[in-house]
Design a protein around this ligand. Structure first.
Ligand SMILES: [Zn+2]
Length: 397
């Protein structure tokens, strides 16, 4: 934790000459590191996450490296930067340079690491949380239980769910609460027409399926404590605390024993711009609100197996401009490009931001949506002094 004042010794975050055409800062691929670049671009395009991270005054070297990189992605005048320092600060044996990795696993690993580094340092609120950010937190607290979440990763991405088990013999019910930072959505079992030209699924459909009661039968019966035996049962997931941003991973990979490769399900999906999530009271498990979310990022996998191929990301800024970040190349794209992906391009991770909530029990024909206040874009002069000085030295011309 000693060299947070100096620039990194590896000569990382090396600024590369500006090339024409990049509307935002790209990240150099350091040898099959597109999975990492996508995760970093995804986090930098999450407004509340990057705002909180950049305002945090932490002595953790790993957090400092992340802050420097995210700050340069926001403020650098260079067209691309090298993420070497973050690769070394966040790497572990399984994310070996040169090997293709699962982007959603890396994103989860990165959020865990940030959470753990914040925990070691004691929980800190962003240093200058006065002004626009504190107003935002206060107004958000009226809508969400926000400030009881201690780490930035949890405040931005975590939610709570209840796994409810019911015995279909005696109606005994039990529930296990769990927190989550990602929802993994699977396709329904059964035969699916892969050649169909029309998409078979929507994100909303897969999300609804995830929350639909599942029958536990056969080898999978429920061990009912009241009947004291395995009975036919039902399992249902209910979301009891809504995340500010939902990370949805589409479970597209099946392990094939013969080829020893994880083969990919190429089912077409409509990437809904808006989705809704039913929210339940954690005690009564009755529905309280409908939460409304809007798509802001999609991490796309190109290829036929997870062990090969390439990732890139399309993401929207707060002014509704969409960009395609393909490592060091960045381009403007139309929102329709996110919706019209062609095989073998398919969304592996979709990220939705909470836009509002409504009362599902209303008598009104159209539910009134109470909007969630947007986060103010962070300005360079709001950064803590050390980070501000680093960015000023490395911003480029
Ligand atoms: Zn029972």
């Amino acid at each position: 934790m000693s060299d947070t004042n100096s620039d990194s010794p590896r000569g990382d975050l090396v600024k590369l000459p500006r090339t024409r055409g990049n509307p935002r800062v790209g990240l150099v691929n350091l040898g099959n590191t597109c999975y990492m670049n996508c995760a970093l671009h995804a986090l930098s395009m999450t407004p509340d996450f990057s705002r909180q991270l950049l305002l945090l005054d932490s002595p953790s070297k790993m957090i400092v490296q992340m802050q420097r990189l995210i700050a340069l992605l926001h403020f650098s005048k260079y067209s691309k930067i090298m993420p070497t320092s973050v690769l070394f600060a966040t790497n572990r044996a399984m994310f070996t340079s040169g090997l293709q990795q699962d982007c959603s696993e890396y994103l989860g690993h990165l959020l865990n690491l940030l959470h753990e580094h914040e925990k070691v340092m004691g929980w800190l609120w962003p240093s200058n949380a006065t002004g626009s950010s504190i107003n935002w937190v206060e107004s958000l607290d009226l809508l969400l239980p926000y400030s009881n979440k201690m780490s930035i990763a949890d405040r931005s991405f975590s939610g709570q769910l209840s796994n409810i088990y019911k015995c279909l013999t005696c109606s005994y019910e039990s529930s296990n609460p769990n927190s989550f930072r990602e929802l993994q959505l699977a396709f329904p079992e059964g035969k699916i027409n892969q050649k169909s030209r029309k998409p078979n699924f929507t994100v909303q459909g897969l999300l609804d399926l995830y929350c639909t009661p599942e029958i536990l039968d056969g080898d999978n019966k429920y061990a009912c404590p009241q009947c004291a035996k395995h009975c036919k049962g039902e399992r249902q997931i209910k979301i009891t605390e809504a995340p500010l941003n939902i990370i949805i991973t589409i479970k597209r990979f099946n392990y094939n024993r013969e080829t020893q490769l994880r083969t990919k399900l190429l089912h077409k999906i409509i990437h809904d711009d808006m989705i809704t999530l039913d929210l339940y009271d954690s005690q009564t498990l009755e529905q309280t609100y409908t939460m409304h979310y809007r798509l802001y990022a999609a991490i796309i996998h190109v290829g036929y197996t997870l062990d090969s191929g390439h990732y890139y990301i399309m993401a929207r800024d707060q002014q509704d401009n969409w960009f395609k970040f393909n490592d060091s190349k960045v381009a403007h794209v139309k929102p329709t490009e996110v919706r019209n992906l062609r095989s073998p391009n398919s969304a592996h991770v979709l990220m939705y931001h909470l836009t509002g909530k409504s009362d599902p029990n209303t008598e009104a024909a159209e539910p009134v949506v109470i909007p969630i206040p947007p986060v103010a874009p962070l300005k360079l002069n709001e950064l803590p002094t050390r980070l501000h000085d680093f960015v000023k030295r490395n911003i480029g011309k």
